[in-house]
Unconditional design. Structure first.
Length: 162
């Protein structure tokens, strides 16, 4: 065999191994500045959807992918909307704020992005009664990009020990 044939055979044998190695060491996709802004807006809209109790829960469910989940409490658009509608409280609407999500950290991940943010839930009285902290903790999120933009694939709440 000529030297060229040996080179060709060696190349053909190493190409699949190179592809396999690349697949194992590939980095998550990078996120653009626009992706980070859209994801931060998604996280911010969550508090508004919870506090304003969007009637039938559709505003809340729209923040999630169609198969998105909130821990083990709800999965899919219908259950998420039902969950949000059931949390309707007497004190809600544009002047009501209870959920404060801060310190959002977003990272690229295979298939989309992940995020973590702090949550504190306050009961701020309008009658002069002192404000109280109801709960605190953090959210661990998985985000996916859909034809409608970035959405929450899964959100898990981890409550802090108080």
């Amino acid at each position: 065999m000529s030297k060229l044939k040996y080179v060709i055979i060696a190349m053909l044998l190493t190409i699949p191994a190179g592809w396999a190695l690349r697949a194992q060491t590939s980095k998550p996709p990078t996120l653009t500045a626009a992706d980070y802004l859209e994801l931060q807006q998604l996280v911010a809209r969550y508090s508004y959807a919870v506090d304003m109790h969007g009637g039938d829960g559709s505003a809340y469910a729209a923040l999630f992918a169609p198969d998105g989940s909130l821990g083990t409490q709800a999965k899919g658009t219908a259950q998420l909307a039902e969950f949000a509608a059931q949390t309707n409280e007497d004190r809600s609407g544009p002047a009501f704020a209870r959920h404060f999500v801060t310190n959002v950290v977003i990272k690229p991940a295979p298939g989309g992005a992940t995020g973590r943010s702090y949550l504190v839930t306050l009961d701020i009285s309008e009658t002069g009664k002192p404000a109280t902290m109801l709960s605190g903790g953090h959210y661990d999120d998985v985000y996916v990009k859909t034809p409608q933009g970035w959405r929450i694939k899964s959100r898990n709440y981890v409550q802090s020990e108080i």
